[in-house]
Design a protein around this ligand. Structure first.
Ligand code: NCD
Length: 327
């Protein structure tokens, strides 16, 4: 795998293979010494143009567990705030000898530009680009679902027949997009529940069912309910009347958690707006996977960095020239 830019162009066998490598990596996390020498001598740059807690520290932990050298570069406090372009930044990283660049950027498509630019000959991993994609988040979500369902016997399995309901700010969510492509590729049935104002144009062409009533969706007791953060920083208009109204209609509160029953998983990529899209009762419940998602994120990112940096080819993988994303 040369780059990981999106989940849209991942094949089913390829996706399962990444999750299986992540299972191997998870075994390392249970050892007393959580470190492998696999990427000794390789340099991974975390290039973050947008704020991040979980994703950045997760990639950092992943690279370090594989013995790579890690350089963290956040746009705040760098020459990017003096107007340096992505090209100059990339060429600087090339001169330093970066082998992989993990990039988070506010513009959809920035990782693809970097991968195809020729400015730098490094593996590029998309850590979230605008509202477009966040492939490692979807992979860690799929990994978390698979593990909860199959435990130690998860290896080799897809998600055939698993029902996943994704709720909330779909419009601004790269997590939702990456999950829609990946989970459906793995055989899951995905339902989106949101106010009409927070659904993207073109959603009718996605391989999903769209619904507007959260109580009905919960009554169906899906295997997974994935709540999304209201992304106020991307909203330049009023998409719902006010926070109280949103939470009443679209929030997973304690009452809805009870209606959902104990067998459904409750997921959230974080950061959570407690009391808005999810109550503390739901976030901290036994069926919440929020912290498992974070822990699994390290294993999945170890797998991705390993596959990108070791030049390993996966089953069903397309050639690099075919690796294009469509927004
Ligand atoms: C998500 C992101 O940044 O896209 N967070 C994350 O990576 N865990 C979701 C969000 O910001 O709401």
């Amino acid at each position: 795998m040369k780059h990981l830019l999106s989940t849209r162009d991942l094949g089913r066998d390829e996706a399962i293979a990444i999750l299986d490598v992540a299972e191997d990596m998870a075994d390392v996390a249970n050892r007393e010494v959580k470190k492998l020498p696999a990427l000794r001598g390789k340099t991974v740059v975390n290039l973050f143009f947008e704020d991040s807690t979980r994703t950045r520290i997760s990639f950092e932990a992943a690279a370090k567990r594989l013995s790579a050298d890690v350089i963290n570069f956040s746009a705040k406090g760098s020459s990017v705030s003096k107007g340096e372009s992505l090209k100059d930044t990339a060429q600087t990283l090339a001169a330093i000898g970066a082998d992989a660049v993990v990039i988070r950027h506010q513009s959809s498509g920035a990782p693809l530009v970097l991968a195809e630019s020729g400015w730098i000959d490094a593996g590029v991993v998309n850590a979230g680009d605008g509202t477009h994609e966040h492939p490692t988040q979807a992979l860690l979500d799929a990994f978390t679902i698979r593990r909860r369902l199959h435990g130690r016997a998860a290896r080799g399995k897809a998600l055939d027949g698993v029902t996943v309901t994704i709720v909330g700010d779909i419009l601004h969510s790269r997590v939702a997009r990456s999950n829609v492509w990946l989970l459906t590729t793995l055989g899951a049935s995905v339902t989106l529940v949101a106010p009409a104002t927070l659904l993207p144009i073109g959603v009718a062409e996605w391989p999903v069912t769209v619904a507007y009533d959260l109580d009905d969706a919960i009554a169906a007791r899906p295997d997974v309910v994935m709540m999304l953060r209201i992304q106020s920083e991307r909203m330049h208009a009023a998409f719902f009347p006010n926070a109280r109204e949103y939470s009443r209609q679209w929030g997973l509160d304690d009452e809805r958690l009870t209606a959902l029953g104990p067998d459904s998983m409750v997921m959230h990529p974080g950061p959570m707006n407690r009391g808005l899209e999810i109550s503390s009762g739901a976030a901290d419940s036994a069926q919440s996977t929020v912290l498992e998602q974070v822990a699994n994120g390290v294993s999945v990112r170890m797998a991705v960095l390993y596959l990108v940096l070791s030049g390993t080819h996966l089953a069903g993988e397309k050639s690099v020239s075919d690796e294009r994303t469509v927004s």
